[in-house]
Design a protein around this ligand. Structure first.
Ligand code: FAD
Length: 487
């Protein structure tokens, strides 16, 4: 197609699709390449899982609420978009996180990194574990290193190194915030490869994490804003990023409220034979929308969740690796209260709930204390999370039942009986991808099959190489670079 721009269709306008589009646009400009970008999303607004609601002076996140400051892809993007000044850190007075155990809130012992103890003193003093549980964890310092190569489950690994109590009472509820997962089913390599590396290099997970902690403290390369706290967000909520991206993508065609229903391949220039519309056979693919419209595409960036991607790519190639990624449904209930009648002061950012506690909620964020910008001074904002792998029934409750269940849990755990000023319930069906054991190899195999069978189609996003917002942005950028590098 000499002389014509490359037509790139991006399926999905969540953070992965928008970042891919942004870096495609920017890199193409830099390289003097002529491309035409179209972003399609089935919902009426961009952002995918990101969804900020401004209500009565509150900033309410219905999806993700923040991101890890040390993963720089998002800070770099904010700089490029000129919204770096909008970044904000957690309240320095809300550093403590609690873990529920036997219906009591215990502060997370200092030195815990991703649930792994790196300071033995505070760990030995915590009431979260029995003496047997603590001693079992410390056995990690002398246990032999696993000989077999290859992936294993995150839960299996943690149980092997630091024992079942640390895994179930500390690590799983803490990590549930990221995956809502059953650690026994999640891939170690795809979620926390640094754990496996720690065991290999230092002969012990605890020693390895101690080393990593010192090394990251010594690394002075982080920008000032990233040193202010573990998490960051935007003062106006995460939609600030989505809006800035949308604005920056002024050159792209945007199609909202229309779903892609089919991707057709143009075979050897014979459009009619492959079902591709006549006159469009000079493109590699045709993207069919539920509006009946058909778009020509030389390249496609697929950022839809794995199950949607499998439905679209399945008729063209084997997508078993995409179908192997299970998704967990979750919900969250945001409640606003009047401070004057609330009757409780928070000294931290919230708490997480192990499965064994038998509650509906999996965590509760004391949002107005964790993020000072989210609430007027005389009000309190709480966010409770529901649903995790193997425990998704609560998500299906009616609004009334769900609210009742959540209010009963916050009464049991914090004694809160105040009537909320308002509540916001958000259900996110099949929203949390669970990377299965073998995921990293699965994705390599899938990508090489795509390269062979469907050249010009890239898959990227939360289903592949990290679910966090910075990971999605990094992957979008990598996809953009690979696309422009490929002929
Ligand atoms: P999505 O946001 O899912 O976007 C995919 C888009 O594809 C959707 O908009 C969908 O409409 C569209 N689509 C699908 N099929 C089609 C089709 N056929 N045609 C057209 N469009 C289609 N990460 C963090 O870093 N920090 C957090 O605090 C955090 N909290 C989270 C809380 C929750 C409740 C959830 C669910 C996730 C959270 N995450 C968090 C993870 C993070 O939000 C997601 O991994 C990320 O937003 C996914 O972005 P994405 O663009 O890959 O996918």
């Amino acid at each position: 197609r000499i002389g014509n721009p490359d037509r790139i269709v991006i399926i999905g306008g969540g953070i992965s699709g928008l970042s891919s589009a942004f870096y495609l646009q920017r890199e193409a400009e830099r390289q003097g390449k002529d491309i035409e970008i179209t972003i399609i999303d089935g919902s009426p607004v961009f952002g995918g899982k990101i969804n900020t609601l401004q209500r009565g002076g509150f900033v309410i996140e219905k999806g993700p609420d923040s991101f890890l400051a040390r993963k720089l892809a998002i800070i770099d993007l904010a700089k490029e978009l000129g919204i770096e000044e909008e970044l904000t850190t957690t309240n320095p007075g809300a550093k403590k996180t609690y873990i529920l155990h036997d219906r009591k809130l215990f502060p997370m012992p200092p030195g815990l990194v991703l649930g792994i103890p790196t300071e033995i003193g505070p760990f030995a003093m915590t009431g979260l574990l029995s003496w047997g549980g603590k001693l079992r964890a410390l056995l990690d310092l002398v246990l032999p290193v696993r000989k077999e190569q290859g992936d294993e489950s995150l839960g299996g690994f943690l149980e092997r190194r630091v024992g079942t109590q640390v895994m179930r009472r500390i690590a799983e509820p803490l990590l549930a915030g990221i995956y809502a997962g059953d650690l026994k089913k999640l891939s170690l390599q795809a979620t926390f490869p640094q754990f496996a590396a720690a065991e290999r290099k230092h002969g012990s997970l605890i020693r390895g994490m101690q080393h990593n902690r010192k090394a990251s403290a010594a690394a002075a390369a982080l920008p000032a804003i990233a040193k202010g706290g573990t998490f960051l967000t935007f003062k106006g909520g995460l939609s600030t990023l989505v809006n800035a991206l949308e604005e920056a993508l002024s050159g792209a065609q945007k199609r909202l409220g229309v779903k892609v229903t089919e991707i057709r391949k143009a075979d050897a220039g014979d459009g009619a034979a492959s079902g591709v519309s006549k006159g469009l056979a000079d493109s590699r693919y045709e993207v069919v929308l539920d509006s009946g419209e058909r778009l020509q595409a030389d390249r496609i960036v697929m950022t839809a969740p794995a199950y949607d991607a499998a439905d679209l790519l399945g008729p063209l190639t084997d997508c078993r690796e995409l179908r192997a990624i299970n998704y967990v449904s979750v919900a969250n209930v945001v409640m606003a209260f009047d401070k004057a009648t609330f009757g409780l002061d928070f000294d931290g950012s919230g708490f997480v709930v192990p499965r064994s506690e038998g509650l509906h909620i999996t965590a509760c964020t004391w949002t107005s204390n964790k993020w000072l910008h989210t609430s007027p001074d005389d009000k309190v904002l709480l966010r409770c999370y529901v649903g995790r792998s193997g425990d998704e029934e609560s998500v299906k409750l009616s609004d009334e039942e769900l609210l009742k269940a959540v209010r009963s849990d916050i009464k049991k755990t914090m004694g809160i009986t105040s009537e909320p000023l308002f509540t916001e319930i958000t259900r996110l069906p099949r929203s949390m991808p669970q990377y299965p054991v073998g995921h990293v190899d699965n994705m390599k195999r899938l990508r090489s099959r795509l390269e062979q069978d469907l050249p010009g189609i890239w898959v990227t996003g939360a289903a592949f190489d990290g679910v966090g917002l910075p990971d999605c942005i990094r992957q979008g950028k990598e996809a953009a670079q690979a696309i422009l590098a490929a002929e």
